[in-house]
Write a protein that binds this ligand. Structure first.
Ligand SMILES: NC(=O)c1ccc[n+]([C@@H]2O[C@H](COP(=O)([O-])OP(=O)(O)OC[C@H]3O[C@@H](n4cnc5c(N)ncnc54)[C@H](OP(=O)(O)O)[C@@H]3O)[C@@H](O)[C@H]2O)c1
Length: 288
């Protein structure tokens, strides 16, 4: 079934300066939505905004700037959104990083966990009331099949003892799935759904912040990987298709429900992650 027309609806997409996020924003703009893209670089964001307007023919594409590794920046972003966006029908949490070496954010947190999970968590919770007031609405969290390799060690969530890029990335993507499950549970009855997905293996800029080696590796793998437009298909579908209406707490790949790991279905871990995330972001645990 085709995606529904999105005229009169507002969609927010984070990490839309490249890859899957940019193509997701384009797809939603093509459906006629007002699209707000969140990027950290003005230059890259403006370039992306102009490209989306050009390719979609939809002028209602706006850029907001925020470095999602900073909780102060996320709070400022949420303020701007609440002031300028009266209704939010779709929030796509998509921005993510891969860091070969352990890095910390301005808040002193391990950067992969902070950007890939805590930013999803904090932004969603800060916008939650507005999203619920805009219902029916959808929250879409871009996770990864890599979550199946992920493990959350609550004694070392910041990976101070043992850091590895794959360990950090897969743990953050497991966190995306657990967050979605717990969010869906808390949103039950609100007509706001929360789902997550795997976009496929996509030849994007993911990891390009790690120097030449990562760029060369992506270039070599490109023929075997999906394009960013193909990678965005499940995000656009999850955000807009009538087929997904009413479904919540699900994990999708290739536009259908897919299997998750046993760790991703553990409700106790999902609740514990929620509590830890509240503590790390300074949110009260009754925030949903
Ligand atoms: N590529 C794959 O094979 C694959 C597979 C499974 C899942 N995924 C998931 O797909 C999603 C999109 O990734 P992608 O492959 O499209 O990668 P990408 O091309 O690197 O896009 C990532 C986006 O996130 C933004 N971003 C990173 N750190 C940020 C920060 N601190 N503040 C604000 N924005 C930030 C980037 O902005 P800049 O342009 O400024 O860097 C970029 O717009 C991610 O959630 C990723 O985990 C990707």
């Amino acid at each position: 079934m085709a995606e529904s027309s999105f005229e009169g609806r507002t969609c927010l997409v984070t990490g839309a300066s490249s890859g899957v996020g940019e193509q997701t924003a384009l797809g939603l703009a093509r459906l006629g939505a007002r699209v707000v893209i969140v990027c950290r670089s003005r230059e890259r964001g403006e370039r992306s905004r102009a490209a989306i307007v050009r390719a979609s023919g939809n002028p209602a594409v706006e850029l907001l700037l925020a470095d999602l590794s900073s909780q102060a920046a996320i709070r400022q972003l949420a303020k701007e959104i609440l002031a300028g966006v009266p209704a939010i029908h779709v929030l796509v949490n998509n921005a993510a990083v891969v860091n070969l070496r352990r890095a910390t954010t301005i808040d002193g947190l391990e950067a992969t966990f902070a950007v890939n999970h805590l930013a999803y968590f904090l932004l969603t919770n800060l916008l939650r009331e507005r999203i619920v007031a805009s219902a029916p609405a959808r929250i879409v969290n871009v996770a990864s099949d890599g979550h199946k390799f992920g493990r959350l060690d609550f004694d070392d969530l910041q990976l101070e003892r043992r850091y590895g890029w794959w360990r950090a990335y897969t743990a953050s993507k497991l966190a995306n799935v657990l967050f979605t499950v717990e969010l869906a549970r808390r949103l039950d009855g609100s007509r706001v759904t929360a789902n997550c997905l795997h976009p496929g293996a996509v030849a994007s800029r993911l990891g390009h912040n790690n120097g030449r080696f990562a760029k060369v590796a992506t270039a070599l793998l490109k023929p075997f990987f999906l394009s960013s437009a193909q990678g965005a298909e499940t995000s656009i579908w999850a955000a807009s298709s009538p087929e997904v209406e009413g479904l919540s707490g699900r994990y999708f790949e290739k536009r259908k429900e897919g299997p998750t790991s046993a760790a991703a279905r553990d409700e106790t871990t999902a609740k514990r992650l929620w509590q830890e995330s509240c503590r790390l972001t300074g949110l009260a645990d009754d925030s949903l």
